[in-house]
Write a protein that binds this ligand. Structure first.
Ligand code: DAH
Length: 357
């Protein structure tokens, strides 16, 4: 027994790795190991002999098992030490200098528009991007057969088989927020509603998701003259010019009567756009006096109240103001583009502090 102890304890102490250790375990205390075989011999002994040899063998088995466990732990610790030597990291070193992120031009322009209209007493309203067919179309005087539905390249949501209700849509414009605001707050109203809108269209100036801002003002005596003044103030403030000439061109939208598209005087000298001078006109928005049907959809009595509405493409005015040629790049998340066209993240646009930079 002493020979066995010496043999195994020495071998265990010298084992180079876990595999060698496992071999030794099998040789000594495995099913057919030397110590195990000795234990089987106990059966052949007399009771007296067994009383002496039994406890000794058990003690030897325990001793070998503990030696195996201790060595295994030691080998593991050594391996970890070895690994830590190569994976060492000095956490006291200073970190990399971080480049602060930038504000996306869309966020910047949305803030600019909100600041300008807040100054005229408009608050910001919101509505869902997945909209019911009724809010997106019917309530805005666009009934089922109306050609405007087909023109909008609408994305329809899925309806379960057999569900006859009209499918919801990804809103094709921000105009449904008009209806929700009327229903929620009643007249008088002065809101703008910026947000995402969706149409199945894709080229240099169209992306399937883009942004609009809707404006709505309802009161007892609001006229086209108020619309014109508000839009002039807006355009001057937004493009940061002292004077600007707007052209109201008769147009048609189902939700306004009369309707006007608004152009601003501009020039394109050497490829750069100048607002407020020159012989060109640039269309920037749609507008008009809110149609009585639309007021009724919003539970507002058209015999008592009237108002104006307008819709502007945020991406479009951002491209014009900041000279960004391709709309698709807005949504590519290319860091170089974002660093180039993005805005410092602490410059909150205000009318007194300056809108851009
Ligand atoms: N909803 C229109 C569009 O998506 C834009 C618009 C035009 C909104 C005239 C208005 C408006 O409120 O009066 O093209």
């Amino acid at each position: 027994m002493d020979d066995l102890r010496d043999k195994y304890l020495t071998a265990i102490a010298a084992a180079a790795d876990e595999a060698a250790l496992e071999d030794l375990r099998v040789q000594a205390v495995g099913k057919k190991g030397e110590v195990s075989l000795q234990m089987r011999e106990l059966g052949k002994m007399t009771a007296e002999e067994r009383q002496v040899a039994g406890p000794k063998l058990n003690a030897l088995k325990d001793e070998i098992n503990s030696a195996l466990a201790a060595k295994k732990q030691a080998l593991g610790d050594a391996a970890l030490d070895e690994r830590l030597k190569t994976e060492w990291l000095d956490v006291t070193l200073p970190g990399h200098r971080r480049r602060p992120g930038t504000i996306h031009p869309i966020s910047q322009v949305t803030e600019e528009v909100a600041a300008i209209f807040a100054d005229m007493g408009f608050s910001v309203a919101e509505g869902p991007q997945v909209e019911s067919d009724w809010y997106n179309f019917d309530a805005l005087n666009i009934p089922g057969h109306h050609p405007a539905r087909a023109e909008m390249d609408t994305f329809y949501m899925h309806r379960a088989e057999g569900d006859e209700r009209p499918p919801h849509v990804l809103r094709t414009h921000t105009s449904p927020v008009q209806i929700r605001s009327m229903q929620d707050h009643g007249a008088p109203i002065r809101i703008i509603a910026p947000g995402r809108v969706y149409r199945a269209d894709y080229d240099q100036t169209h992306t399937p998701m883009f942004h609009q801002v809707e404006g709505l003002a309802i009161d007892k005596d609001i006229s086209m003259a108020n619309l014109k003044w508000c839009l002039e103030e807006f355009v001057k403030a937004f493009f940061e010019v002292d004077d600007v000439e707007l052209r109201f061109r008769a147009s048609h939208f189902p939700f306004t009567e009369p309707s006007a598209e608004v152009d601003i005087r501009c020039s394109w000298e050497g490829g750069t756009l100048k607002i407020g001078e020159g012989d060109d006109w640039l269309e920037i928005l749609g507008s008009g006096m809110v149609h009585p049907h639309v007021l009724r959809s919003g539970n507002i009595d058209p015999d008592q109240w009237q108002g104006f509405a307008f819709g502007v493409g945020i991406d479009r005015i951002a491209m014009l103001k900041y000279g960004i040629p391709d709309l698709r790049a807005f949504f590519d998340s290319d860091l170089r583009w974002l660093r180039h066209y993005g805005f410092a993240n602490l410059d909150v646009p205000t009318l007194h502090g300056g809108l851009s930079r």
